[in-house]
Design a protein around this ligand. Sequence first.
Ligand code: G3P
Length: 222
Amino acid sequence: MKLFLDTANIQEIREAVALGAINGVTTNPSLAAKENIGDLESYKTAILSITKLINGPISVEVTAADTMGMVQQAEEIANWHPNVVVKIPSTVDGFRAMAAITRQGIAVNQTLCFSVNQAILGAQAGARYVSPFVGRLDDEGLDGMQVVADIVEVFHKHGIKTQVLAASIRHPLHVTTAAKVGADVVTLPLKVLIQMAQHSLTDVGMARFMKDWQSAAGRNRP
Ligand code: G3P
């Protein structure tokens, strides 16, 4: 399973790369807006900076809602860098756009996916990744990770090559469960990546090792 960082923040990507933990990056208009990116030109500048930090897939989302607008933006975005994957939403217009741009060989990440049926349509339209939004389903009182598990099961059963990318990840248990149910990729915020590294027993063990080492060093001092 691969890990992507879900951010448009360069410093966060630097930190995750230093941990040796990530294989790619996903962005969306909300994450871009957090970094004061509000037009395609500044989005492009940010994405090109990210390509200098990591050699892996970088998802960039279209900001148009109609098929023609999505297709036009996707064609432009796909030219920014060979590692760019274009994120297209799971709407009727979005599926039309996916079908049109995957025919041109453009890699697509089907975003805002909340059901197995939407995932099947994305796979049919040639998406490379499908991104079920786990946290947002959980927020509605639904079982987001069950949707991931169901998509994985259906894709395996039918030999569908589209990769399942668990998104909208809110806590470390989401990552563990996504790995257990067979997600191909998890995209997560830096906060959750750091939480994955932490364990209270590791901290207690470290404190004891340091204390024992220092007291032995004190005893052996002439
Ligand atoms: O990249 C899309 C997704 O991960 C968004 O997550 O936390 O806004 O639901 P969230």
